[in-house]
Ligand binder design. Structure first.
Ligand code: ADP
Ligand code: MG
Length: 327
């Protein structure tokens, strides 16, 4: 069991940002309206995620740190209809195998909850404590017991960049959740949580970018897309200019980026990306999200239709002529 956790940790916990991604996804899955994230030293010293979500029942807190203890799949059929972000039940045990973890959680406003402490997979504490409704996860000294892994970490700045990417994506995915993100005590992001995507874009990319964004909004019987897009306003490298969400999940997909760029091709210098946040919805059977362990890669069952749909939607938004399928 301990070894299995350490092996799984190698897959799930590549760097501080992979830990943060799992913790934020759990907070989102718990129905939170507020998620406060803080980190120290690129997340290697400390990562903290506090939410006001459902909390974990006192008897289930220890269970949550055991392998495949997901509360999110109850039948085989659920595997094909995944609406929550996490569904493997591997994250918490993997993280607890390679760090010092504290979890404080309460399911109601009674003021009482449960505190659990695990270090390198060993249980140190599991007792009642004072706690507000929701969950606080603190992950300290990541990779303290796996020095080989620690050696692969890049600079604090690089790790911070990856942490920021994770927070930005989730903030863009969920404008209805109020996010804060601070690093070494400096507040780096604060989103209002009022559902207005443009205000999240303003908080991340700046107000001039937010003002330049035009609305994308299309649907057909198979797909719907909503979002914002604009030509990049600055000349700095914009590798994270495109944020793609499929059924609420952040993904990377050339099948979506290519038609997006195609729609822009007469307006955009070669090899530049437009700014875009596209929130695509489709029936769960049209998309396979389980292609990659990190759940970033997806496969679409009607990819050509999807490509045409995206290109057309963006062209409509840009006021260009509608896409006419060739052949
Ligand atoms: P998964 O998300 O794949 O189910 P995890 O290891 O990430 O697996 O989490 C295990 C379980 O712990 C979850 O299924 C959930 O029941 C519980 N859990 C973890 N984090 C939270 C949280 N922030 N709020 C409520 N429940 C949580
Ligand atoms: Mg999870």
């Amino acid at each position: 069991e301990h070894l299995a956790n350490q092996i799984a940790a190698g897959e799930v916990v590549e760097r501080p940002a992979s830990v943060l991604k799992e913790l934020i996804e759990n907070a989102v899955d718990a129905g939170s309206t507020r998620i406060d994230v803080s980190a120290e030293e690129g997340g290697l010293n400390l990562l903290r995620v506090a939410d006001d979500g459902s909390g974990i029942q006192p008897d289930d807190v220890l269970l949550a740190f055991q392998r495949h203890a997901t509360s999110k799949i109850s039948t085989g059929k659920d595997l094909f209809q995944i609406s929550t972000l996490g569904f493997r039940g591997e994250a918490l045990p993997s993280i607890a195998a390679v760090a010092k973890v504290k979890c404080v959680s309460a399911t109601d406003d009674s003021g009482l909850g449960r505190l659990l402490e695990i270090e390198g997979g060993s249980l140190l504490a599991n007792r009642e404590t004072n706690a507000p409704k929701g969950t606080e996860m603190v992950v300290k000294d990541l990779f303290y017991n796996t020095p080989a892994r620690l050696k692969y970490m890049k600079t604090i700045q690089t790790e911070l960049g990856h942490l920021s990417d994770v927070v930005y994506r989730q903030a863009l995915a969920r404008p209805d959740i109020a996010f804060t993100f601070s690093h070494n005590g400096n507040m780096l992001l604060r989103t209002p949580g009022n559902g207005d995507l443009r205000q999240v874009v303003a908080a991340i990319y700046g107000t001039s970018s937010a003002k330049a964004m035009i609305e994308v909004k299309e649907e057909n019987p198979d797909y719907s897309v909503r979002g914002l897009t604009a030509l990049p306003v600055e000349t700095r490298a914009n590798r994270n200019a495109v944020t793609l969400l499929v059924n609420g999940r952040y993904v990377r997909s050339q099948a979506i980026v290519q038609p997006l760029m195609q729609a822009y091709h007469t307006l955009l210098p070669l090899h530049r990306y437009p700014l875009a946040v596209l929130d695509l919805r489709m029936h769960p059977t049209l998309v396979d999200v389980n292609v990659h362990p990190a759940k970033l890669e997806v496969r679409f069952s009607k990819e050509n239709e999807l490509r045409a749909f995206v290109e057309n939607a963006v062209k409509q938004a840009l006021g260009a002529e509608a896409y006419i399928p060739s052949g």
